[in-house]
Design a protein around this ligand. Structure first.
Ligand code: ADP
Ligand code: MG
Length: 726
């Protein structure tokens, strides 16, 4: 039985928005109700346990068994009140998404019955079999076993009937097998390095937080149409599909009114997010049709990242309830914008000072400039590995295309900060940095605005942009775990701050005043970043690429090659000196990355060939035989081909395209066979990079056929349907 596309389309089009029953309560009343947060800790834990747990959260002290038991007891009471029956350690392996293995809370009570149990041991540690998760050889060389251990800085939460305990996932020999472990190490490294710089300005600072505010872009497609597209179902993107006559060229989708069905989905998503303590704030239509964005209020990076993982899970579940499927793929549709996940990032002290925003006085401003410049230096030095940190088989379709940041990591400062840096270079090191306008315009003064309102102009072509009080790392992929980018960025900044502090200490030891010593240390760095990493122009142009090569920035566009940046001596030094990764871990992770790359392209290639042979060619041949019947009939009646020249042309066109598709499929299968014999993961990924290009080539004749073949016979929902029904 063939799928009747027009029936599917009609059915999808007629779907109405689910009636959303808004809760009686306000968000402020149910916000965080499913999270064992500080308020619940106060309510459910005895004072000694609470005290020990807070030390563990705030000061990084170890969790002893007695405290763990006490915490578990409190959590159990709270969880049972919410009807919880199961518990899971919730972790982030090196796959996409999170992993969980549920255990029921029941245990024998010794009298033939069962009771609900949950103790410190279950809270603190579990041993999921690590052998089915990617480990890049660590598993083989060491131990098959791995264990998960509670991360007390990320609160326990409830999903459905299950208590979820956020954990790290490591091998028995201590190597990280997940995203969370290195992220936490990088956050500690940046806190330590930044604190030691801050202390020179303000001895009261004891800790520096890294903040993350992610913006999640996504597409929604109707689930009936989705289910008729094997490529979407299996690879998350359309491997073929002719552009719709209208897509985003009228700019009429961005910020437009949200369709009713989508709005109902969003409201439910927000409500469930709020119950889980996720401060979802912004929702709007994005640039492409059926593309949307969601963003929370920013928060501490580790927690914000957990929340992003949770939101991605929630979106998938809730979308289905509304008859949609959510696409988190970076490039689900050719010809319209793909989806990213902007990572807004900043640093702030435990005394409440935002380190990437100007201060209230010259000393605060100097602190700001110090951090600002050191971040740029870190991005400059580690631009290649930062790019590698966001690279993936799927994100590759976005980078370098004319819509998203190019495959070159540079920093956008805006005119104001560029001018400030130039002025700082020219003027004596003891020139105070004033807030603009405070004392009127003065010559020989460095001035910065207190708030950057018009200065954060949005250069959409820049992958790393200063936006007034933070940097926005825009190249992160929509499906990615933010931790990949955040680990690398925080580690790079930690290393740079440590190097800077050592140089500054020398200047101070020479008897210079703090402000002079800081500026003397900063000046050569400022000169260098202005020359190399700072770029405010159009990142899409070929001239920029040539300029970037001249400046020594990394311009590699092949994803398998990009990963090599993780293991250069410079990167190894950065990651090991900050304690974020060992060299062994870096090598292992690259194996995983190459393997993932290969598998993704391999799956796409299989799906595409099958669709070409099972969907596209049969539809084309059916139309062709229909035309041939008409031609034959016409010849019979008129005794010539006169009057059916169009049919003849169409048949020729179809034959040429079908032959081309068939030949390309053969070629691709052969290329796969050859690639599959390669043992080395890097070499194999490079071979599959070639196959990724073949996929791109194969879609051309397929998309042309879609234009030629009778609409009624085309079996796959078209772009105009996938993108415009909601
Ligand atoms: P835009 O799309 O214009 O960049 P949005 O309002 O969609 O802006 O998103 C901005 C994001 O930046 C939000 O998630 C916000 O919470 C976050 N953000 C704001 N200030 C900071 C900061 N100091 N550090 C980290 N993230 C921040
Ligand atoms: Mg943004």
């Amino acid at each position: 039985m063939s799928i009747d596309r027009s029936e599917l389309v009609k059915e999808s089009f007629e779907k109405k928005a689910l009636e959303f029953k808004a809760p009686e309560a306000r968000p402020s009343e149910y916000f965080g109700e499913l999270v064992f947060d500080r308020a619940k800790m106060h309510k459910y834990l005895d004072p000694a346990t609470l005290d020990a747990l807070l030390k563990c959260i705030d000061k990084g002290e170890a969790l002893d068994r007695k405290t763990a038991d006490g915490v578990a007891e409190g959590i159990k009471t709270w969880a049972l009140e919410h009807g919880v029956t199961h518990v899971t350690h919730w972790f982030q392996p090196l796959t996409e998404g999170t992993a969980e293995k549920h255990d029921s809370l029941i245990d024998y009570d010794g009298h033939g019955g069962v009771i609900e149990t949950f103790d410190g041991k279950m809270l603190a540690q579990q041993e999921p079999d690590a052998s089915s998760f990617p480990s890049g050889g660590i598993r083989a060389t060491f131990e098959a076993r791995g264990y998960t251990a509670w991360d007390p800085t990320s609160p326990v939460f409830i999903q459905g009937d299950t208590l979820c305990i956020p954990t790290v996932f490591i091998s028995y020999t201590g190597e990280a097998l997940d995203y969370k472990t290195p992220l936490k190490k990088a956050l500690k490294a940046v806190s330590d390095a930044a604190t030691s710089v801050c202390k020179l300005f303000d001895p009261a600072v004891t800790k520096v937080y890294s903040y993350l505010g992610w913006e999640q872009e996504y597409f929604l497609v109707d689930e009936s149409l989705y289910s008729a597209r094997p490529d979407l179902m299996i690879t998350g993107r359309t491997l073929m599909g002719h552009n719709s006559s209208k897509n985003q060229q009228l700019d009429d989708h961005y910020f437009a009114a949200i369709p009713a069905r989508v709005a109902a989905f969003m409201r439910e998503l927000e409500m469930e997010g709020h119950r889980l303590g996720i401060p979802i704030k912004t929702r709007h239509n994005e640039v492409a049709p059926n593309q949307f964005e969601l963003a929370p209020i920013y928060g501490e990076t580790n927690l914000a990242n957990d929340q992003n993982q949770l939101v991605m899970n929630l979106m998938k579940i809730i979308a289905r309830e509304h008859g949609f499927v959510v696409l988190l793929h970076e490039k689900p549709f050719d010809g319209v914008n793909g989806s990213g996940k902007h990572n807004n990032w900043s640093l702030g002290t435990d005394t409440g000072r935002q380190l990437l925003a100007p201060g209230k006085d010259p000393s605060g401003n100097l602190l700001f400039v110090t951090f600002f410049v050191n971040v740029l230096a870190a991005v400059q030095k580690h631009n290649a590995v930062l790019k590698a940190s966001i690279a993936s088989a799927t994100n590759a379709h976005r980078l370098g295309a004319n819509e998203a940041p190019p495959a070159i990591v540079s920093a956008f400062l805006g005119k104001t900060m560029t001018d400030v840096l130039h002025k700082l270079l020219e003027l004596p090191s003891d020139t105070p940095i004033e807030i603009a306008g405070k004392k009127g315009q003065k010559v020989g003064l460095v001035e910065i605005p207190e708030i950057f309102v018009d200065n954060t102009d949005r250069n959409r072509t820049s992958p790393f942009a200063f936006t007034g009080n933070r940097f926005e790392f825009r190249a992160v992929g929509s499906a990615a775990n933010c931790a990949g980018a955040m680990t690398t960025l925080n580690a790079a900044v930690a290393e740079q701050l440590t190097i800077f502090k050592a140089a500054l200490d020398k200047e101070l030891a020479a008897g210079k005043a703090l402000n002079v010593a800081v500026m003397d240390t900063l000046k050569p760095i400022i000169a260098s970043v202005l020359d190399v990493v700072c770029f405010d122009g159009n990142g899409y142009t070929e001239e920029w690429k040539q300029e970037a090569i001249r400046r020594g920035l990394d311009v590699e566009t092949s994803v398998p090659e990009m990963f090599k940046a993780f293991t250069t001596p410079q990167s190894v030094r950065m990651f090991t000196s900050t304690g974020v990764y060992t060299e062994k871990e870096l090598l292992a992770r690259n194996e995983v990355k190459w393997e993932m790359y290969t598998k993704k392209v391999q799956i796409e290639s299989r799906v595409m060939v099958r669709m070409a042979l099972n969907h596209v060619i049969p539809a084309a041949l059916e139309y062709k035989s229909k035309l041939l019947r008409e031609i034959a009939a016409s010849q019979e009646v008129f005794g010539s081909l006169d009057g059916c020249s169009t049919e003849v042309e169409l048949v020729k066109k179809i034959s040429t395209l079908v032959n081309d598709i068939y030949a390309q499929c053969d070629e691709m299968v052969e290329a796969r066979k050859t690639a599959n014999h390669i043992v080395d993961e890097y070499e194999k990924a490079v071979a599959y990079h070639g196959i990724a290009d073949m996929l791109f080539k194969l879609r051309r004749p397929i998309d042309k056929l879609e234009e030629v073949v009778d609409n009624k016979l085309w079996p796959l929902p078209k772009y105009r349907e996938l993108l415009f029904i909601s």
